[in-house]
Design a protein around this ligand. Structure first.
Ligand code: TRP
Length: 345
């Protein structure tokens, strides 16, 4: 199989509550890449069980991510939308990557240290080897580009290291089977959003908007009603000063900067032009304008998500069809990888 030139892969975990940060930071990027790339978007349910073994609503949470992808404008017919566990080759390649990656590489992963905390001895082996599964997700499709949040940068570097070691260590076999001079796996490029589009918590402008923050008032969920969105923005933490003329004047005002950033991202304008429009005004004027814009942009997605979630048979058939199409590519890769490893049969 020839190496694809413009193939995007990305994954989102089905662990509840997709929020505005996921939408602006990831999903909207996924939508845009459809124009220029062949895209494969995956609900990574095998990753969801690394941190918590029993997932009560795994099926519905899986459907919800797929619904959010489609409601946001991802076309599951032109591209591929599927869930990881339906394509067993992910687990198979992850095993082989367990043997390619080195202990030292994984011990450097800061996300494991953050997630496992003080109790690392009691973390699952899956949580530790999680980045190998992520590398398998990407390289199974020999994806050339991966759009991710900047918290995933280190995992992408590990993916590149795994591809490099595989290409190097199996160089002879790769040539023998005619897979070319550059190696078998691509050295995948990350597409990483800069901090400018990072959406922060509505309660604390220095922390990321996150599904794990206890207060639901800290985030705008994609499933929130128009009233919820307006209320959360009205109650968002701010300061008493009016909006300034320039972004530099917001350096010490993280909450104000966050709301301007959200407005700019939703309106697809540079933050400076938002300030030029609202300079001198109080949050009492700005917040209703932001709420109106957020509802205008999110309400259609929300309505479409609800419609999709109401017809589970339909969303399940989209995921089954996407899995069938993903599996064809995955099986071809695994046939070649087994040949390169030298397994019998
Ligand atoms: N680890 C990613 C996250 O938590 C999710 C993920 C799994 C992923 N496999 C992937 C992202 C492959 C990009 C490509 O956000």
């Amino acid at each position: 199989m020839a190496q694809p030139q413009n193939r995007v892969f990305s994954g989102v975990q089905p662990t509840g509550n997709l929020h505005l940060g996921n939408y602006l930071g990831a999903i909207r990027k996924f939508v845009a890449l459809q124009e220029s790339h062949e895209c494969i978007y995956c609900v990574v349910d095998l990753h969801a069980v690394t941190a918590q073994l029993v997932q009560e609503n795994l099926k519905n949470q899986t459907r919800e991510i797929a619904a959010a992808f489609i409601a946001s404008g991802i076309d599951p017919q032109k591209h591929i939308v599927f869930n990881q566990s339906q394509v067993k080759e992910h687990a198979e390649l992850a095993w082989l990557f367990n043997c390619v990656a080195r202990m030292g590489w994984l011990q450097r992963m800061t996300q494991f240290k953050d997630k496992a905390g003080k109790n690392a001895q009691n973390a699952s082996v899956g949580l530790f080897s999680y980045p190998n599964l992520m590398a398998a997700d990407i390289l199974l499709y020999r994806a050339t580009h991966v759009p991710v949040g900047d918290d995933q940068k280190q995992h992408l570097e590990l993916t590149r290291e795994i591809a490099g070691k595989f290409n190097h260590d199996f160089g002879v076999q790769i040539k023998q089977y005619g897979h070319g001079e550059e190696g078998y796996f691509p050295i995948t490029e990350p597409i990483i959003e800069g901090p400018a589009t990072r959406v922060m918590s509505l309660r604390n402008g220095s922390g990321k908007m996150s599904k794990s923050e206890p207060s639901d008032m800290s985030r705008i969920n994609l499933t929130d009603s128009a009233d919820d969105i307006a209320k959360k923005i009205r109650k968002a933490k701010t300061d008493p000063a009016p909006l300034p003329e320039t972004m530099e004047e917001l350096t010490e005002r993280p909450e104000a900067r966050n709301l301007i950033g959200i407005y700019a991202a939703l309106a697809e304008q540079p933050p400076q032009s938002v300030l030029s429009e609202f300079a001198g005004q109080q949050f009492g004027t700005f917040k209703p304008a932001l709420a109106e814009l957020a509802v205008e942009k999110l309400a259609p997605i929300n309505a479409e998500m609800r419609k999709l979630m109401d017809d589970t048979a339909h969303i399940d058939s989209i995921l089954a069809d996407g899995s069938d199409r993903a599996r064809i590519i995955a099986q071809e890769t695994m046939r070649e990888v087994r040949e390169i490893f030298g397994f019998l049969g």
